[in-house]
Design a protein around this ligand. Structure first.
Ligand SMILES: NC(=O)c1ccc[n+]([C@@H]2O[C@H](COP(=O)([O-])OP(=O)(O)OC[C@H]3O[C@@H](n4cnc5c(N)ncnc54)[C@H](O)[C@@H]3O)[C@@H](O)[C@H]2O)c1
Length: 245
C-alpha cells in the first residue's frame, strides 16, 4: 500500500485553495509531486463546504476523474469579532457553519473516499487553545475542529488513513491583512511570539506537505506559530475598540 503511494502521483484536493494558506498548500503539494485539485467558493464550479451535496459532489468528481483520492486538505475558514453578550446568533452560526460543520462535512466525505493509507488535513488555529476576547465563535469552532480531528483519527485509523490538523498563529493572508492596519494588533501578536514574526503561508504549506506523507502520525493538532502558544493571545477586541470606539 505505501509503496504504491510512492510510485505514482498522489491525487490531492485542497478546499479553500483559492487564497492564502490553502493556495500555498496547493502549490507546495504540486511541487511535491501531487496532482492537485483546488476547490473553493471562488473556483468554477464553486464548492461550499457548508453544503453537504457540494462537498460530496466534489470528492466523487475527483474520484471519478482520477480513480482515487490520496490527500484532502480543508483550509476553508471565516472569522468574526464580537463579544458574546453582543454577537448576533446568526453571525455565531455562520462562523460555526463554515469552520466546524463544514469541516465535519469534509471529514465525513473525505473519510469515505480517501484511499487506504491516505491523509486528511484540516486548518484549526492558535485559537483552538488560546481564547481571544471577542473571538468566541471562531475559538469555539476551531477548538471543536481540533477535537473532531482526534475523533476522525480514531475512526479512520483502521484503514491507515491519517487525520491531522495544523494550528497556525498569525499568518498574513487576505483573512488577516485588514486587521494589521489597526494600530497595536500586529505588535501585540509579535510581542507574544517568541520567534518574533508572523508566519508565511509557505511555512504552513511545508507542514501540510509533511503531514500528507507522515506515515505514523495521526490525531495531531500541530502548533505552528513561532511559539505563540507559549504566551498569551493578543487583545484584538481591545485594539479594535481603541481604534474605532
Ligand atoms: N491567516 C491566519 O493567520 C490563520 C491563523 C490560524 C488559522 N487560520 C485558518 O487557516 C485557514 C485559511 O486561512 P487563510 O488565512 O488562508 O484565509 P483566506 O481568507 O485567505 O482563505 C480562505 C479561503 O476559504 C474559502 N472559503 C471560505 N468559506 C468557504 C466555504 N464555505 N466553502 C469553501 N471555501 C470557503 C475562501 O473563499 C478563501 O479562498 C482558515 O481555516 C483559517 O481559519 C488562518
Amino acid at each position: 500500500m505505501d509503496t504504491q503511494i510512492e510510485d505514482r502521483a498522489r491525487i490531492a484536493v485542497v478546499i479553500g485553495g483559492a487564497s492564502g494558506i490553502g493556495a500555498a498548500i496547493a502549490v507546495a503539494l504540486g511541487d511535491d509531486g501531487c496532482i492537485v485539485v483546488v476547490a473553493d467558493l471562488a473556483t468554477t464550479p464553486a464548492v461550499d463546504i457548508t453544503d453537504e451535496a457540494s462537498v460530496e459532489a466534489l470528492l466523487a468528481g475527483v474520484l471519478a476523474e482520477h480513480g482515487r483520492v490520496d490527500v484532502v486538505v480543508n483550509s476553508a475558514g471565516v472569522s468574526t469579532l464580537g463579544l458574546l453578550t453582543e454577537l448576533d446568533a446568526a453571525e455565531f452560526r455562520r462562523v460555526i457553519d463554515v469552520n466546524l460543520t463544514g469541516a465535519f462535512l469534509v471529514l465525513k466525505h473525505a473519510g469515505r473516499v480517501v484511499a487506504d493509507g491516505g491523509a486528511v488535513i484540516s486548518l484549526t488555529s492558535l485559537n483552538a487553545r488560546q481564547p481571544g476576547t471577542g473571538m468566541g465563535a471562531y475559538c469555539a469552532a476551531k477548538a471543536g475542529l481540533a477535537m473532531l480531528t482526534e475523533v476522525a483519527a480514531l475512526e479512520l485509523g483502521a484503514r491507515g488513513v491519517r487525520v491531522n490538523a495544523i494550528s497556525p498563529g498569525l499568518v498574513i493572508t487576505p483573512l488577516t491583512a485588514p486587521a494589521m492596519d489597526i494600530a497595536g494588533i500586529e505588535d501585540d501578536y509579535l510581542e507574544n511570539t517568541p520567534l518574533g514574526r508572523a508566519g508565511l503561508p509557505e511555512e504552513v504549506a511545508e507542514a501540510a506537505v509533511y503531514l500528507a506523507k507522515a506515515r505514523w502520525l495521526t490525531g495531531e493538532v500541530l502548533d505552528l506559530n513561532g511559539g505563540a502558544h507559549l504566551r498569551r493571545y493578543p487583545d484584538i477586541h481591545g485594539h479594535v475598540m481603541r481604534a474605532f470606539g
